[in-house]
Design a protein around this ligand. Structure first.
Ligand code: ZN
Length: 462
């Protein structure tokens, strides 16, 4: 086993054994900052990173005490395949490919960290795991906790993607998603975990999560691909930093000639609930910015329109259906692709589009032609959804909706009923009853609420 050490964000060094003591350290005792783990020996990269095929647990086996391997909670996470791009292959030596993390058991890269953290919780005999997450980590932790027979308590904000919410609840996770922001959710998660004594499985708080994510870098190189540039979407910055650490270990050990340029993609403005790009006060941006600088990389700003285009191209030219946040990384590649030829590039696709189906539906429906007709139609649907939101659980019938809308937009009753019918087919509204006059009463669905929120933001753009 290689020697491990833990460092805090201010550079204080602690012995690595503390990670598996009965009372694991999650904060630096000297300055209270978060910790990350570093291997101090290069043998890991030299022997395992290139000569042997490294799967996720074989990598961890080399750096962590044996108990982690023996007690592992696993569903075959990691070892995801590199997928060659169909459109970005150019001159000799040039190659672009995708590290498709949607191949993981719950369809996101967070399964790596969740498998390791839930294993750790089991080793420490914890009965409950606490995790603050915008969704993917919450879904992963819920699944692995279910497998280990532990209770998962997940703290998220109100804008959690519908697919992630469904996963958490179905895996039996206890979801608290009424927080106005992730900062509140993370504060509460810490508070409850400290008071109730369970395991802290929030990616930003637990140094093992970065170790798990580093395995992505090892797998890419172990698959025989040595990238010049790595593209990744950034939220709190921890994932980009983890990958950079992995590549930098490989460079230090001589397994690869240099650390690839790390290219981080972020949204230009607050996007339409593209959740993993949100930043919290527990941001790891300092580490991330340092990693980008050290690697000679770049941080690229992506607009909402570019994300929509990237989702579309990935699906229509590559056959890959990804969540909006992850599409930002591909949008960044498209922006830089022509700058320099002959490079090897890899785009990290963090999760599947099924995590945020209604957001993608709305983005793609809007994309093909944003002419006046589409805008008028969108505006009318927005008004109808707004009326239903005002009505709440009691719902409304079409006549009443039409009467209220007429104050703002000229339209026929038939048009209102036509749109209600179409939105019913898409599950944005649902028929809850008929009143005494036989009129159909409609109510807004959860999916409808999500789309209304998104539409309001889109209309604000015009
Ligand atoms: Zn410190």
């Amino acid at each position: 086993m290689d020697t491990l050490e833990m460092r805090c964000w201010d550079g204080h060094v602690l012995p690595g054994e503390r990670i598996n003591s009965p009372d694991p350290l999650f904060k630096c005792p000297a300055c209270d900052k978060n910790l990350f783990i570093q291997e101090t020996s290069g043998s890991l990269a030299r022997d395992g990173g290139v000569r042997a095929k490294l799967d996720f647990w074989n990598y961890l086996k080399r750096v962590l005490p044996a108990a982690f391997f023996e007690e592992r909670v696993s569903m075959g996470e990691g070892g995801t395949k590199l997928v060659d791009s169909t459109v970005n292959q150019g001159d000799a030596g040039e190659r672009a490919c995708f590290k498709d993390e949607s191949q993981n058991p719950t369809r996101s890269y967070r399964d790596r960290a969740a498998a390791l953290l839930v294993t750790h919780a089991r080793i420490l005999h914890c009965k409950e795991v606490f995790c603050a997450s915008t969704g993917n980590m919450g879904a992963s932790v819920s699944a692995y906790a279910a497998r280990a027979g532990l209770v998962a308590r997940i703290f998220s904000d109100r804008s959690i993607d519908i697919g992630k919410k469904a996963q958490i609840k179905t895996y039996g996770g206890v979801l608290f998603d009424s927080y106005p922001s992730m900062n509140d959710g993370m504060d509460d998660c810490l508070k409850h975990q400290m008071a109730e004594g369970g395991y802290q499985a929030t990616a930003e708080f637990n140094p093992l999560s970065m170790l798990a994510q580093k395995s992505i870098a090892y797998e890419i190189v172990s698959d025989g691909f040595v990238p010049d540039e790595v593209y990744i979407s950034i939220g709190n910055g921890g994932t980009l930093f983890s990958l950079w650490q992995g590549f930098d270990d490989l460079r230090a050990s001589g397994a690869i000639p240099s650390t690839p340029r790390m290219i981080g993609a972020s949204l230009s403005t607050e996007g339409p609930r593209i959740s993993p790009l949100k930043e919290s006060k527990y941001s790891q941006r300092d580490l991330m910015e340092n990693a980008i600088k050290e690697s000679g990389g770049d941080q690229i700003t992506i607009t909402e329109g570019e994300i929509t285009g990237a989702i579309s191209t990935l699906a229509r030219a590559e056959g890959l259906f990804v969540e909006p946040a992850t599409a930002a990384a591909y949008a960044a590649l498209k922006k830089r692709a022509n700058r320099e030829s002959g490079l090897k590039r890899v785009v990290i696709l963090t999760g599947t589009g099924l995590k945020a189906p209604s957001v993608i539906d709305a983005l793609i429906s809007k994309a093909p032609n944003s002419d006046l007709f589409v805008q008028t139609k969108m505006n009318l649907r927005l008004k109808i959804l707004e009326q239903l939101q005002h009505a709440g659980p009691a719902g409304l019938h079409g006549y009443r909706i039409h009467a209220s809308i007429l104050e703002d937009i000229q339209c026929t009753k038939q048009a209102v009923y036509h749109h209600l019918k179409q939105m019913e087919e898409k599950n944005f509204v649902v028929v809850i009853a008929r009143d005494e006059q036989g009129r159909t009463i409609y109510q807004l669905t959860e999916k409808g609420k999500e789309v209304l929120d998104l539409l309001s933001r889109l209309v604000d753009l015009f």
